[in-house]
Design a protein around this ligand. Structure first.
Ligand code: UDP
Length: 235
């Protein structure tokens, strides 16, 4: 395996599968199986999960809701997704811990860096819920932050497209995919990989990002074993 410790970022929307809202149990089970394959190979896996399938603070705000209130709802949505993913992973026989940045002690451990690293060393998948615990941030920022904190080798952004393109491939059939990009190139070409806060944090800490299609079975294993699928952003 090319990577020893990874941070996998899954968006909330990915959990919807073909649904319009909420969680698709089949999609969850597929993800759990893919994750099990790499944990069986000894890869240490931490996961940051989004909440967009349930609630986003920004969409609340666009309907007149207080932004901070909406962001709190979004953070709780990520905990709900974390619980669902934890359940699916444990059904597949993968030991897990859910740590939340928002204190919700009956439901999840609080985020404690040293504890998280210890869990990883013991072969447990650690799911980070609650984002960064602060409003006005995204789970992409949480993913980069946690990846740096736990000293992950790479951040893997599992999406439904197979990499970074010059234009949106879902809107333009002539879109061209990049295999590798430097952080500078992403900025100079105006490409969208993550929100600016998350991307800058990754760049400053020289943490590589690989964007790949998580919805194709076996792709997670391919990426972790070093196969060049998706797009890698590096220094
Ligand atoms: N959120 C937040 N702080 C964080 C992470 C998330 O306030 O550190 C809130 C925010 O409202 C966001 C929602 O949680 O819209 C869901 O997260 P995100 O939109 O990143 O989920 P994804 O797009 O990955 O599904």
């Amino acid at each position: 395996m090319k990577y020893k410790r990874i941070l996998l970022k899954l968006s909330g929307e990915a959990l919807m599968g073909s649904r319009q809202y909420g969680i698709d149990p089949e999609r969850l089970a597929e993800y759990a199986e893919d994750i099990k394959v790499i944990t069986d190979k000894g890869v240490e896996v931490a996961i940051v999960i989004g909440g967009g399938n349930i609630f986003r603070g920004l969409s609340g705000a666009s309907n007149g809701m207080d932004r901070v209130q909406g962001d709190h709802m979004g953070m709780l949505a990520t905990v709900i997704n974390g619980l669902a993913l934890q359940s699916a992973l444990e059904d597949s026989g993968v030991p897990t811990r859910l740590q939340s940045a928002v204190h919700i002690n009956q439901v999840a451990e609080p985020f404690i860096r040293r504890k998280a690293m210890r869990h990883l060393e013991k072969g447990r998948v650690v799911i980070f819920g609650g984002g960064t615990g602060n409003p006005y941030f995204t789970t992409d920022s949480a993913a980069v932050l946690r990846a740096i904190e736990i000293e992950a080798d790479v951040i893997l952004k599992g999406t439904r497209v197979d990499g970074i393109y010059n234009v949106d491939p879902e809107k333009d059939s002539k879109a061209i995919k990049f295999n590798t990009l430097s952080f500078e190139e992403v900025l100079s070409k105006g490409l969208k990989v993550m929100d600016t806060t998350a991307f800058t944090l990754s760049q400053e800490n020289e943490l590589p990002i690989i964007v790949f299609d998580m919805n194709k079975k076996g792709n997670l294993f391919r990426v972790v074993s070093g196969e060049k699928i998706g797009t890698e952003v590096n220094i």
